[in-house]
Design a protein around this ligand. Structure first.
Ligand code: THU
Length: 165
């Protein structure tokens, strides 16, 4: 029998950073501070991310490129893997993502790539609470998603892929 399985996502859109609650503005400022460590000579597109952990710690990440292009890593995964290394027991509450480009103002919110979403959903699924994702460029609109699940419906997960015991 044919069935339709549907998913509805919601994103809150704000016209500018100043409309956000102060704690979200603060995390965006921290993500912006990560932009200066971005190594992005190939794309000219710098991305900064800031993770707020449950214990209040903030972990920064920036995109790190390489001449062998696929060897680089996005800002989000740099921060997430750093948190996994240094604060393995702490839940992630919020992630803020910002960007700047040598080609001009980034006025559209930067949404995480598919690979980062897949990494984020595995963490979210293992936590008690969902992760809030704040997406911004360098000016203008800010998007806020209340969970990673809204950004990656039908993600890969399988009971047939075993976890190491
Ligand atoms: N990038 C990120 O770091 N995060 C994203 O969400 C999108 C893309 C990086 C990868 C590459 O270094 C540059 O931005 C251009 O794609």
């Amino acid at each position: 029998m044919k069935k339709t399985i549907s998913h509805t996502s919601e994103i809150q859109s704000f016209d500018s950073v100043s409309e956000l609650p102060p704690q979200f503005q603060d995390l965006i400022t921290k993500a912006e501070s990560a932009l200066k460590s971005s190594y992005s000579p190939y794309s000219g597109f710098s991305v900064g991310s800031a993770l707020l952990l449950k214990n209040g710690e903030v972990i920064l990440g920036s995109n790190q490129e390489n001449i062998a292009y696929p060897s680089g890593l996005c800002a989000e995964r740099v921060a997430i893997f750093s948190a996994g290394t240094n604060f393995s027991e702490e839940e992630i509450e919020t992630i803020a993502i910002v960007a700047k480009s040598i080609h001009g103002e980034v006025t559209n919110p930067v949404t995480p790539c598919g690979a980062c979403r897949q990494v984020m959903i595995e963490i979210e699924s293992s936590q008690t609470n969902p992760i809030t994702v704040i997406m911004h460029g360098s000016s203008g609109t800010v998007w806020v998603s209340k969970s990673v699940g809204d950004l990656i419906p039908f993600y890969f997960s399988s009971p047939h892929v075993g976890r190491a015991k």
